[in-house]
Design a protein around this ligand. Sequence first.
Ligand code: EPZ
Length: 417
Amino acid sequence: MDTIHIRGGNALFGETRIQGSKNAALPVLAAALLIEDTCVIDNCPRISDVHHMLMLLEGIGCKISRKNRSVTIDAGRVSDDIMSGENVTGMRSSITLLGAMLGRVGEITMAYPGGCVIGVRPIDLHISALRKMGVEIEEKENCFAAKARKLEGTVIRLPFPSVGVTENVILAAVGAKGITVLQNAAREPEIVTLCEFLRKAGAVIEGIGGSVLIIQGGHPLHGVRFQIPADRIVAGTYLMAAVGVGGHVFLKDAPSAQMQSTIKAAEQIGAEIAVSEDGLSVLSEKRKNPIAYLRTEVYPGFPTDMQSLIMPVLTTAEGISVIEETVFEDRLRIVEELKKMGACIEIQKKCQAVIVGAESLHGCEVSARELRGGAGLVIAGCMAQGETLVKNRHFIERGYEDICRDLQNLGVTIYTG
Ligand code: EPZ
């Protein structure tokens, strides 16, 4: 049951709706901890990472209820229980609870969040930023205790525009005394969504969308109803599936304005993209151009999360493409699996994939090792001649509500078994 079966080689036609954004929902759910009231979060994706986050919130006293894609969170009473177990260690984004708990109760002891195959995923930048706000952090064997007698606003300049560190500083700063100026902040759309949620609840944040955020701590916060935007990476996944195998699809609710670098790459390959108010349409031939050089960058550059999703598409382009991964140190694991399907790819300098376009891919059994690499193998399965089995479906379920349902809507023969 943990395997996805795909019969590939046929063009995609049809329409599918894009789910709410995983990477926007997770920090917003953590931020609800700051509000001693009830919040309703709409369009929250039904994915395992959200389920784990809700379990963590319940574990510290929040009352949670779900109705379809609406989540109601009453964070009136929370404790500072130790956070451990697989909900913490198995999910990287649990780290945003650090900033939220410090902002709310001023202390938290938690296990180190999990790393994964794409990288060690250290939390040194989180710890150094929070220490600047007066947080005492004692690192232990497999957990750490953070305590802020007085969380104070200050000026913090990040050495790297880390998404998670930016989120943690925002969450702590909202609960801190005084003003926090965060320089070299991440500018990903998920940061904008988090700031918009907090601002709606009464927080005072300036510079939203830019790389300098000014957060005035201590303003009273009240419960809100808030809609999570569509997931730009899930939309990019289905966009690349259509580009890979050809066809004509409509991606309802796709957040095109946040997908400019992805759309530009798809157009370089030869797709015709039309953006409308309620989504994005893709018209693509089977024949594809290579991309001589593409590097992943922080927003608004080409997203690292899209790297494993465009690589399969380039394996049958007419020429040589080079993709350089600059954000994570070990995010080219999909290459070995794509080579089993007939792709011609060599890794250079540990971070560059040189892809020589092949005639076609052939179906076979491959294994997902992490979320976006797994989704990339599903795209390869849509392109391949014959049947592909993608094992370890559970990795994909971390970020996709139902990748089989969504691709069946586009005419793909795909099912779990
Ligand atoms: C977020 O991870 C996303 N996860 C990732 O999406 C995404 O790939 C990443 O941002 C980059 O856009 C969520 O939002 C839940 P970072 P995050 O801190 O916050 C290093 C997916 O597929 N670093 O911007 O962990 C880190 O190792 C996931 O949905 C440190 O060295 O990303 C990496 O090399 C995968 N020390 C780089 O910074 C730290 O303390 C970027 O990480 C923190 C980060």
